[in-house]
Design a protein around this ligand. Sequence first.
Ligand code: ADP
Length: 506
Amino acid sequence: MFRKILIANRGEIAVRIARACREMGIASAAVFSEADRAALHVRLSDEAYPIGPAPSRESYLRIDKLMDIARHAGCDALHPGYGFLAENPDLARACSANHIAFIGPSPEAMERLGSKTAARQLAARAGVAMVPGTQDTIETLNEAGNIARGLGYPVLLKAVAGGGGKGMRLVPADSDLPAAWRDAASEARNAFGDARLYLEKYLDRPRHIEIQIVGDAHGHIVHLGERECSVQRRHQKVIEESPSPIMTPKLRRAMGEAAVRLATSAGYTNAGTVEFLVDAAHNFYFLEVNTRLQVEHPVTEMVTGLDLVKLQIRVAAGEALPFAQEDVTLAGHAVECRLYAEDPANQFFPSPGKILSRRAPSGPGIRLDDGVYEGFTVSTEYDPMLGKLIAWGQDRAEAIARLDRALGEHAVTGIKTNSDLLLAILRDPEFLRGEIFTRWLDDRLPSLLREGQARESDAVAEDAAILAALLHFTGTKDAASAGIAAPETPSRWKREARFEQVDRSK
Ligand code: ADP
């Protein structure tokens, strides 16, 4: 087994990896940028090394610095987490050149699946159904028009190098194609340095359901069931759960077998995710493979009882998978929500700043995978995800009730979070009935935000009532002469937080 693992990441996923190392008796070495000197992952790792200035291009994305640190610290393995360099074959190659085990698939398997068109070609050869569209890059706008008309509008222009919903444009009709083509190409060039595009038929109201796979270096690949990730905002997941509310044993078997077939034909090892879109008739279409651990992996851990990070480490060290497909059993239901430092009421603007106080939720069935703590300053440099809150229950209703209860316990001051919006989603009748699809949240958002604001006004009204009672009992006429701050919008907690924010800016 490994002696020391370099964690090439930050935030909650770096904390998650450090925890697995600690439980396995493996030393962990963190890296941190200048903005992350006091970050939780630094505090919870055994060793920590500076990697450069705050911008990730100068720190977390520097393969040369990672290799220097790994050598200097005597690491024999590297875990890339997700994001940053996790799907970059160059990092995996640099690791092997430096005799460091990369905890992930081989660079060749990553390349076979990394480009969306290459993955579609592989899926076709493996007999896995995919969304109708092209398997090659489209060279010209003219060619795109011909193909789009053949597929029938609406179509989706997608970046060959795509990820994170970037370089993707919905094209409702022929006349929209030139502008969409231009926008998608320039966004793809900016995000990936690669402007190549291809086309897919745009599916109406699909669900996003993905299969977790894990393979060892001895030719065994198994799947660990599915995650339903249909609650998305602008193609980004917000709430994930396992099992999917529409899953049947037959569909799970068919999707699981397709995922394993594709992974096998790519020579895949370690953990990965095969994403599908599923239509109302339960037809499933291959979308893409993520060659790394996913943000939403905890819901799979909660229903399978497995520790995916430990499994990743074990198979990277050459161990055989300790179970076969028939040993994988799913129990109960798990739901995860992503907690962000952002303001849904203000166009989801990031809300960086110092966390002044924080009450973390706990209790039966609750797991908090966190990257922050009270007193920590959320930086503007990185993704504003604070962490994930996950609930397990005997069934879907209990898991949702627990997550709702835990979100209520979760109290943060100093920054804004998306917590009210998450609660509004969890209480939505359509969500509760499992009637979700990938555009569901974008469609429902205006009314959900209004409900969130209504809850906030309720809190203000409550403050006002408390103040009125105080004035009545103290016999004072107004708040100022009683030395009490009068309530104003929004709630007391948020007000305190804002006050401190103003203070800090001095
Ligand atoms: P990325 O890698 O950029 O995240 P994906 O291919 O994984 O892109 O797609 C992300 C999301 O975009 C999906 O979960 C789904 O909501 C939507 N999407 C992608 N392709 C299609 C399609 N052909 N039809 C309808 N929605 C799609």
